[in-house]
Design a protein around this ligand. Structure first.
Ligand SMILES: [Mg+2]
Ligand SMILES: [Zn+2]
Length: 219
């Protein structure tokens, strides 16, 4: 049976969450408490992703050049390109679902020569940053990219559906997958909600558990 993977971007494929990297690079220390409070409200679902981003962006001291320079420093899990090779060889599908930004994903994927489909929010720059959410779901009202509705829309009934993620925006879609691989804090969040998940730390580990049968080990 083939697999369709739905994979989160920030903190799952990348070693650092790009939104957090932006906050620590572009927000003045005096504004940290305000920005942390915005984030805490988002985690409690009192703010939507759209509100969280637009409020947070008001505290950014950066232009497009600063943004691109920062994004150029973001690194990925070193096992991820090899994981993609295994998927391609096995005929498995990979799709990235991110409540982050197109600019981050495009910059990082270009740097590493990765070409896979991704669904995310759009970052707009016009004398300041703002967010556009083309994958919002009015029924959900919280996510910028409603991962759960995308999983439902793109899930192939003939494929096993595997979700791989690390954070708050992954909890809901994880409940709709056949198998979940989770980094922290997603692993604990799943456990608290009774969603079965397998903890993992790197794509190297995933390659081993998903693809390295006795045949491939002989190489
Ligand atoms: Mg994440
Ligand atoms: Zn949603």
């Amino acid at each position: 049976m083939n697999t369709t993977y739905f994979i989160d971007f920030d903190g799952t494929i990348t070693t650092l969450d790009t939104t957090w990297a932006m906050m620590s690079a572009f927000v003045r220390e005096a504004d940290y408490p305000a920005v942390r409070a915005i984030n805490a409200s988002w985690e409690k679902k009192e703010l939507s992703t759209r509100e969280r981003a637009n409020r947070t962006f008001q505290y950014f001291n950066a232009d497009m050049e600063d943004m691109l320079e920062l994004l150029g420093t973001i690194e990925i899990d070193t096992g991820f390109p090899l994981f993609l090779e295994h998927c391609a060889r096995a005929g498995d599908r990979v799709c990235v679902l991110s409540d982050g930004f197109d600019l981050s994903i495009r910059t990082v994927f270009e740097k590493y020569g990765i070409e896979i489909p991704f669904y995310c929010n759009t970052m707009v720059y016009d004398n300041g940053f703002s967010i556009v959410c083309p994958h919002e779901n009015t029924l959900c009202g919280h996510c910028g990219v409603c991962k759960t509705s995308l999983v439902h829309r793109m899930k192939d009934p003939l494929h096993r559906c595997i979700y791989i993620g690390d954070g708050y925006s992954d909890v809901c879609p994880a409940g709709h997958a056949d198998v979940v691989f989770a980094k922290e804090p997603l692993y604990s969040l799943c456990r608290d909600r009774g969603v079965e998940a397998v903890p993992f730390r790197s794509f190297g580990e995933l390659i081993e558990s998903l693809y390295q049968g006795p045949l491939e080990r002989r190489e």
